[in-house]
Design a protein. Structure first.
Length: 117
């Protein structure tokens, strides 16, 4: 096990190119437990920490030869259940059941608003 200091809020996790190259060849697992637990955060902080950072980590793993990703959510993980809780990825899942929900469009709109546009 090796701890590597980086910044999940930056593309490429803020790592030097030689560190990135070595990790992407040899890395087995990234454990991502970063997240903002404020339930009423500033939109800029919420997007940077909970969305952008998760996308940067995911992209880093995708560019790795064999690395896996263990993402630990900071909220509403498994409720009162014990044991393993499986998950199924559902594209554009919307808990409120909004039929035309599109997570990508939602992100673009929020990012545009964050930038003042």
């Amino acid at each position: 096990m090796e701890v590597v200091e980086g910044d999940v809020g930056q593309p490429g996790l803020g790592l030097a190119p030689e560190v990135t190259q070595s990790l992407q060849k040899n890395l087995d697992l990234i454990i991502n437990s970063s997240g903002l637990t404020d339930f009423n955060p500033d939109l800029r902080d919420a997007l940077a920490t909970n969305v952008d950072a998760a996308m940067y980590v995911t992209e880093f793993v995708r560019q790795s030869d064999r690395a896996g990703l263990l993402h630990l959510s900071t909220c509403y993980v498994a409720g009162a259940r014990d044991g393993r809780v499986g998950e199924t990825v559902r594209q554009n899942y919307a808990p409120a059941g909004v039929a035309d929900f599109d997570g990508g469009k939602e992100y673009v709109c929020a990012a545009r608003f964050r930038e003042g546009g």
